[in-house]
Ligand binder design. Structure first.
Ligand code: EPZ
Length: 452
C-alpha cells in the first residue's frame, strides 16, 4: 500500500501555487451537461482523482472528455445514456448531480443513490424534493433514483431546509434549462456556488443572486458550451496556510483569494499567525519562537468557518497554548481523525458534536491512517510538526482532492515522500494516467469510498 512519510521539525518556507477548486470543478462538470450545443473548455482544472472519476462518468453518458494537463474539453452535445451507474456514483457522490441536467434535457433519468461515508449519512433528499417541485416524478428503488418529467422541468420556488452546497448547485443547473423562473431560498453561499453560477451564465444561462441566500434562475434553451477558468481551491489554500503555521514557517500561497478565505484567515490571526493578502495570493507567517493561541471554532455553512478545514485546524491546535474547542454543525461524525492524532501524542477527545483539544508541547511521529480526504491531509500536517517519522496511509482519500500534495510541500522544505505501490484501481493511478481512467471493474468493493 502506498503511504506518505514525513520527518518533522522543519520550518516550511517559500511559495506554493494553488490548483483549481475541486468542489467548484465537480459542480461545474455536472452543470456542463446542460450545454446542448458547442463544446466547453475548462482551464485550471485540478488533476485529482475525483475529477478523473467524474470525467469517466461523463464518458459513460456519451459525453467525450479530453484532458491536456489542467485543461479539460467536454462535448455534451451528444449526451445519450440516461443511466448513471452505481459503480461510479459510489466513487464520488458529487456525480449524483448529473441527475437534474439529464432529466431537464431528456425528461427521464436513472441515477444510483450515493452511499454514506465516514463523515456522515450524506442523504440527497433536498435534491430530490427540489426536482419534484420542478415537476419531476421520482421513485427510489433498489438503490436507484428513477426520475421522469415528460414535459421537461418547470420553474419553482424551492426552500432548502439546510443550505446544502450540492443541492444548490444541482438545482441551479437543472433550473437553467427549465421552463420559467426558479427561486432557491436558504441557498448555500459558498464560493463554489458563485463559480457554478458564473459558469452557467457563461453558457448563456440567467442566474442571479449566487453567493446570497436567494438565487433566481430564469430557464432558457439552448445553452451553449463556453470557455471557463476554475478559481483556486480555498480549502487547499487553508491547508497550506496551516502547514506554515504548524511548522513555524513562512509560506506565500499564490492564487489564494481573500474573499474565499475570510473565516479561515480570521481564525489563523486569532491563533497568532500573521496573514497578509495581496492581489496574487496570501503570505502566512508564524511568529517565531511563539506557541500558537488556542481558539474556539464553529464549523458552519459559508460565510462561517468551513467544515472541510476543521480537521486541518485541529492538527494545528494540538500544539497550541491552551484548550481549543471545535464544534461541527454540518456533519454528524467528522472527528474520527482525533484518534489518530492522539496516537501522535495529542490530548484530544470529543464531547457530543465538539472536539476538545488540550495543547501539548510536542507530537511524536507514528504510523497513522486517514479516514477521509481532509482527515488524511490533517495527519500529514501533524507529521510535519512531530518529532521523528510519521507514516500516513489513506492516500486513496488524499489524492481525490489534492494535486501534487507531496511535491508542493517538499517544494517549501518539508522532509516528505511517498513510497509503496498504489492498489489496483487506486485513484492516484487515474491522476497519473492523465485522465484515462482504470476500468471501473478494477475498483474493488472496499476501495469504494465516499467522496466529498
Ligand atoms: C459539499 O458536499 C462538498 N463537496 C464537501 O466537501 C463539503 O464538506 C460540503 O459541501 C459542505 O461544505 C463537494 O462540493 C463535492 P452539503 P455536499 O449538501 O454538497 C446534509 C471535501 O472535503 N444533506 O452542503 O455533499 C448532508 O448530509 C468535501 O471537499 C442532507 O441532509 O454537502 C450534510 O450533513 C467533504 N440532505 C449537510 O447537509 C441533502 O439532500 C451538508 O451537505 C443534502 C445534504
Amino acid at each position: 500500500m502506498e503511504k506518505i512519510y514525513t520527518v518533522g521539525g522543519r520550518r516550511l518556507e517559500g511559495e506554493i501555487a494553488l490548483s483549481g477548486s475541486k468542489n467548484a470543478t465537480l459542480a461545474i462538470l455536472a452543470a456542463a451537461l446542460v450545454a446542448e450545443e458547442g463544446q466547453t473548455l475548462l482551464t485550471n482544472v485540478p488533476m485529482i482523482s475525483d475529477v478523473m472519476v467524474m470525467s469517466e462518468m461523463l464518458e459513460q453518458l456519451g459525453v467525450p472528455t479530453r484532458f491536456d494537463r489542467n485543461t479539460l474539453l467536454i462535448d455534451a452535445t451528444n449526451l445519450q445514456a440516461h443511466d448513471a451507474p452505481y459503480e461510479l456514483i459510489k466513487q464520488m457522490r458529487a456525480s449524483f448531480n448529473v441527475l437534474g441536467p439529464i432529466l431537464a434535457r431528456f425528461g427521464a433519468a436513472r441515477v444510483a443513490l450515493p452511499g454514506g461515508c465516514d463523515i456522515g449519512a450524506r442523504p440527497v433528499d433536498f435534491h430530490l424534493k427540489g426536482l419534484e417541485q420542478m415537476g419531476a416524478k421520482i421513485t427510489v428503488e433498489h438503490g436507484y433514483v428513477e426520475a421522469f418529467a415528460p414535459n421537461g422541468l418547470r420553474g419553482a420556488d424551492i426552500y432548502l431546509e439546510f443550505p446544502s452546497v450540492g443541492a444548490t448547485s444541482h438545482l441551479m443547473a437543472a433550473a437553467a434549462i427549465a421552463k420559467g423562473t426558479t427561486r432557491i431560498t436558504n441557498a448555500a453561499e459558498e464560493p463554489d456556488i458563485i463559480s457554478c453560477a458564473k459558469f452557467i451564465n457563461a453558457l448563456g444561462g440567467k442566474v442571479s443572486g449566487a453567493g446570497t441566500k436567494t438565487i433566481i434562475i430564469e430557464g432558457s434553451r439552448p445553452l451553449k458550451g463556453a470557455r471557463f477558468a476554475i478559481d483556486s481551491d480555498r480549502i487547499e489554500a487553508g491547508t497550506f496556510a496551516v502547514a506554515a503555521a504548524i511548522t513555524g514557517g513562512d509560506i506565500y500561497i499564490r492564487g489564494a483569494l481573500e474573499a474565499h478565505l475570510e473565516p479561515v484567515s480570521a481564525k489563523l490571526i486569532d491563533a497568532g499567525v500573521q496573514v497578509q493578502f495581496d492581489v496574487d495570493g496570501m503570505r502566512v507567517k508564524a511568529k517565531t519562537g511563539q506557541r500558537l493561541n488556542a481558539v474556539a471554532i464553529r464549523a458552519t455553512p459559508f460565510p462561517g468557518f468551513p467544515t472541510d478545514m476543521q480537521p486541518i485546524f485541529a492538527a494545528m491546535l494540538t500544539l497550541a497554548d491552551g484548550t481549543s474547542i471545535i464544534t461541527e454543525t454540518v456533519y454528524e461524525r467528522r472527528f474520527k481523525y482525533l484518534n489518530e492524532l492522539a496516537r501522535m501524542g495529542a490530548d484530544c477527545k470529543t464531547e457530543g458534536n465538539a472536539a476538545v483539544i488540550v495543547g501539548v508541547d510536542r507530537l511524536t511521529g507514528a504510523p497513522v491512517a486517514g479516514s477521509d480526504l481532509r482527515a488524511t491531509a490533517a495527519l500529514v500536517l501533524a507529521g510535519l510538526a512531530a518529532s521523528g517519522q510519521t507514516e500516513v496511509s489513506g492516500l486513496q482519500f488524499l489524492d481525490r482532492g489534492y494535486e501534487a500534495f507531496v511535491e508542493k510541500l517538499s517544494g517549501v522544505g518539508a522532509d516528505i515522500w511517498r513510497a509503496g505501490e498504489p492498489e489496483p484501481g487506486d485513484p492516484q493511478l487515474w491522476a497519473r494516467s492523465g485522465g484515462r481512467a482504470i476500468p471501473v471493474s478494477a475498483v474493488t468493493e472496499d476501495q469504494a469510498f465516499c467522496s466529498g
